[in-house]
Ligand binder design. Structure first.
Ligand SMILES: Nc1ncnc2c1ncn2[C@@H]1O[C@H](COP(=O)(O)OP(=O)(O)OP(=O)(O)O)[C@@H](O)[C@H]1O
Ligand SMILES: [Mg+2]
Length: 311
């Protein structure tokens, strides 16, 4: 399961999803990485990564701090080049189709005193150059303004943010801010959604709610979603597959294929134990931190944590 050039398993989801997609989009995978390697600062972050993600798949990107999860999203955005291998995103080289990608970066903090309203955050996702028809003339401009307002309203409805969309963003809770930012990322009707730790800082109820929202977007709108997370458990009911990064390599497959003692032990290079609780939660015991992990969060010294944490 640990991906390598010989691992064909990563393609299975893509084939399945290409089969059920059929909404006028190319039947090629939404994302393809082949023998992909990234080097940063003279160090290999990961290598030999094979991923093929189908349209409408919800895929969690898991692994310890410093494993290269955010780097993977940066590669797909064309912001970080591969040092080896190939990457295709929505049928083109990374960077070429960014207008079709919704991106939620990691660590989004609104300082207190940020008086911009929630609705303005969503509106920011719609900049004229990438959305709607560039039409000159006052009458047509106002038609365009109406279309923008309708789209903003639709997005706010979609994420269930109607109640607080007119409040200043610094008065919205973390979960409310997260929904508004997801609405912003959806503004251009993306075919691919890259969400870097969208569940970070949310309570369990909001983790479940945001996950269900993202799953509905993936399924109903055929949007491929890569969601970086530290705990796979809130995602388990909704996930199609996981990309687990650790030890400079990746394992790709369903959670029950990848989050196993043998696969994670092979990935980390030390004995790692995966326990299943009675309620189906997965707990990884003994996973070391990544060699260069900074341990910003999840300081679980005994190495036991919800599966996927690792750091
Ligand atoms: N521009 C850069 N130059 C050198 N090293 C970098 C650069 N950007 C990231 N790195 C290193 O690459 C590694 C992977 O970073 P990345 O942010 O992808 O990790 P991550 O898995 O997202 O971690 P976290 O869970 O903490 O967010 C880290 O060790 C980081 O320090
Ligand atoms: Mg990160």
């Amino acid at each position: 399961m640990v991906s390598g050039r010989e691992d064909a398993r990563a393609g299975q989801g893509a084939e399945r999803d290409a089969g059920r997609g059929g909404q006028g989009r190319a039947r090629t995978p939404a994302i393809e990485l082949h023998d992909a390697q990234v080097r940063l600062g003279g160090r290999t972050i990961w290598s030999g990564v094979e991923v093929a993600a189908g349209h409408g798949e919800l895929i969690a990107v898991l692994g310890p701090n410093g494993a290269g999860k955010s780097t993977l999203l940066q590669v797909l955005l064309g912001a970080v080049p591969l040092s080896r291998g190939t990457a295709t995103v929505l049928g083109s080289p990374p960077g070429a189709r960014d207008a079709r990608i919704g991106f939620l970066p990691q660590r989004r903090v609104f300082d207190s005193g940020t008086r911009i309203r929630g609705i303005d955050i969503v509106r920011l996702g719609l900049d004229g150059s990438r959305w709607g028809m560039p039409v000159p003339g006052a009458a047509r401009l106002s038609a365009r303004a109406r279309a923008r307002a309708a789209r903003v309203s639709e997005l706010i409805e979609m994420v269930g943010a109607r109640e607080y969309a007119n409040r200043p963003i610094d008065e919205c809770s973390g979960g409310e801010q997260q929904r508004l930012l997801i609405a912003q990322a959806l503004a251009h009707r993306p075919e691919l959604l890259l969400l870097d730790e969208p569940l970070d800082g949310l309570d369990l109820t909001n983790q479940a709610a945001v996950t269900a929202l993202v799953k509905a977007i993936a399924t109903e709108r055929n949007v491929t979603v890569l969601l970086v997370a530290h705990d796979v458990n809130p995602l388990l009911p909704h996930l199609d597959r996981v990309i687990y990064l650790a030890g400079g390599r990746a394992a790709v497959g369903t959670p029950s294929e990848v989050i196993t003692s043998p696969t994670l032990s092979a990935l980390y290079g030390v004995d790692v134990e995966v326990l299943r609780t009675g309620s189906g939660r997965m707990v990884v015991v003994g996973a070391p931190e990544a060699p260069h992990a900074h341990g910003r969060r999840h300081p679980l010294a005994d190495g036991a944590h919800g599966a996927g944490a690792g750091g």
